[in-house]
Design a protein around this ligand. Structure first.
Ligand SMILES: [Zn+2]
Length: 423
């Protein structure tokens, strides 16, 4: 007798009519017509069972602060930064925890069960660090929360920042961060990459830097990040977030850079919702899109994830924790409308970020954690098209969230009584 069986599932790899058996929090069987019984059975009716969504790039210390202390009227990055500066002295640990916990509720309902969040360490009190360490423990049973020590004001530019960052890592923050393009000069940016990578390597940590979030084609800190990754033996453990300058770079230079990133085992994290709204703001028409070169990175063998980055904070007043909305935007901005490319956009919010975060036991296969989401869609492309309803969200074999199917009752003579938007 198993704990749970989900019958008649479609899987992201294209397999159909598969049963998934669960025992003691792990998947024990993935096969057609599983000859077993379970305490609880769900019928997927040929809909998609996917491993949970994973957000590789988020800012949980700022989320849901929209309107505090006032609304960003212009919607620009500069007013957002000014607003964060106004809000920071007013932050309290309780308020940070409350907002983060509320966001984690949204995340669970949206099937988002692993999040890498940057946390601002440019604060002597380490208020946000302490708050999110507390949240990481509280949500551990249902969300894998990974914290990145992020020196928002620049590790060299901001007095004491390196010391604060080291204290944050001492306290148990998981990943080393950075923001080289925000340092005062290109050489200081490169120096910050070297210092931060050495710090992470000494501690055996992963690295994820905000890197080249700029329209300046000469912002090339990703090159230094790839070099330091190789020099310090950090291959497969380093990600460059944003990398928007790559959009504007000279094509010849990019033809050298992409193999360098591949060789160094550096991953890329694009943030489509934020990159398309914040980049190219100084352009007259035609305006650049500004998102990094996603299809070209993938073709070069570089892992690419899409992150949400912001939800209802000083920089972005929209968002709901829906990684399918993120994939939908990424697909459009990168013009990834080919059949294989659309599936890659789904992977960019599931398997690719799971690899970047180093999640263990992730996937729909025997031996993996029994963590999955049943979507009201037949396949990954339909899931993106519909930003499909998360019918059931399961973690370690326990159903955490149920959402009714999205249907409309029609009142049209001679037409069906219901539409559900699937083909
Ligand atoms: Zn960010």
């Amino acid at each position: 007798m198993l704990d749970l069986i989900v019958r008649h599932c479609n899987l992201p790899d294209g397999r159909q009519n598969v049963d998934v058996g669960v025992q003691a929090g792990r998947i024990t069987a993935v096969q057609t017509a599983l000859p077993a019984q379970a305490a609880q059975e769900l019928d997927a009716h040929g809909q998609l069972l996917t491993p949970p969504f994973v957000d590789a790039h988020f800012h949980m210390d700022a989320t849901l602060s929209h309107g505090l202390p006032r609304v960003n009227q212009s919607g620009t990055l500069l007013e957002g930064i000014a607003l964060w500066g106004e809000l920071k002295p007013q932050l309290t640990q309780d308020a940070l925890v409350d907002r983060a916990m509320a966001y984690c509720d949204w995340a669970v309902a949206k099937g988002l069960l692993a999040i890498r969040t940057h946390v601002d360490v440019c604060d002597e009190r380490l208020l946000a660090v302490e708050a999110l360490l507390h949240v990481r423990e509280r949500v551990k049973p249902y969300i894998d929360l990974q914290l990145v020590a992020f020196p928002q004001d620049g590790v060299l530019r901001s007095p004491g920042a390196l010391n604060h960052l080291k204290r944050a890592l001492d306290r148990g923050v998981d990943v080393g961060g950075g923001i080289p393009h925000f340092e005062r000069t290109m050489s200081q940016g490169a120096e910050s990459v070297r210092i931060l990578c050495e710090e992470a390597a000494q501690r055996g940590l992963r690295v994820d830097m905000h890197c080249d979030e700029s329209d300046d084609p000469l912002s090339r800190h990703i090159e230094t990040l790839a070099f330091e990754t190789q020099r310090l033996g950090l291959q497969g453990r380093v990600a460059g977030s944003h990398l928007t300058s790559m959009h504007s770079m000279d094509n010849y230079y990019v033809s050298k850079l992409l193999p360098l990133m591949k060789e160094a085992g550096v991953a890329a994290i694009a943030n489509p919702l934020i990159n398309i709204t914040l980049q190219g703001r100084h352009d007259a028409y035609p305006k650049r899109r500004g998102m990094t070169r996603v299809p070209e990175l993938l073709a070069a063998g570089v892992p690419v994830a899409f992150g949400h980055d912001c939800v209802m904070d000083p920089w972005y007043s929209l968002g709901s924790g829906d990684m399918l909305e993120v994939a939908h935007m990424g697909l459009h901005v990168a013009q990834m409308t080919g059949q294989a490319a659309m599936r890659q956009c789904f992977e960019a919010v599931t398997t690719a970020p799971a690899g970047i975060l180093g999640l263990d036991g992730y996937g729909i296969a025997p031996g993996c954690h029994a963590d999955f989401v049943l979507l009201q869609a037949a396949d990954p492309i339909e899931a993106i098209r519909l930003r499909a309803t998360r019918l059931a969200v399961v973690r370690r074999g326990q159903v955490l969230s149920l959402t009714p199917p999205n249907t409309a009752r029609l009142n049209l003579p001679g037409r069906p009584a219901q539409v559900d938007f699937r083909r």
